[in-house]
Design a protein around this ligand. Sequence first.
Ligand SMILES: [Zn+2]
Ligand SMILES: [Zn+2]
Length: 253
Amino acid sequence: MTDDESTVSLCWKCQVKTRHKITEGRSGALERCAVCKNVLRVARPASVTVHDLTANEVRLVELRMRPGAVSQAGFLDPTESLVAVTRSDDTTLRALGVTHSQVASRIQRLIGKAKATVERQVKLQEPGTAEIRRIIAAYNMLGEDPRSDSEKRGPGIRVDEFEVWSHLYNGWQGCPFFLDGDVGRLSTADTCGDSDRDWIVRNTVLNDEIFFSELIIHLLRHHQFCEGHTEYRLDPARTVRVLRIGEVEGSHQ
Ligand SMILES: [Zn+2]
Ligand SMILES: [Zn+2]
């Protein structure tokens, strides 16, 4: 065999070590097992919105999104319709003159700045100092619900006029929009996006905040989805207001 070892991996389904094959699927560019055709990984996710799905696919994605299916909290409440929720949020964002992509980019820039601040502080400060403990506590609230009252939360990471906290999980949450592979069988390898972090971003001027999973960046950008009425919903109007999206475009940011 002259094949580079890096192009070979074990298929979790047929247990054969095979070369990856990249094929274009409806969920994007997929790495498939050459033997059983099982999807090993989504190499590049496609942008698939609910409007691109067939009625059967909408039903499948809705089933995955109910509380207790692929996530405890769910991406939709027990009865709401994916199409109705998406339409309503599309209308809200259109009226505000903001795209899903703009919201995704704003969130990504903001949490990128927060992560860079943590990295910089960790390099600058002596290990074990109060400042390091404080910033690590704000960044890795492992086991703590970051929405607990602000007294318990402690000071956050300062990014411009925002104060930011993050909560790391012990596991990964995958994207529920995946369209290829075995129906009803989901694993992290099958998903087009995933995350192990939640965030709170507080606008200290407006004294208002939003809470979201980092997965929302992928959901907004690739699926134009803000989530339904569950605890992880990103309310689009509130998000635009708290993050000053649109306003920010013409100013120093
Ligand atoms: Zn296989
Ligand atoms: Zn996805």
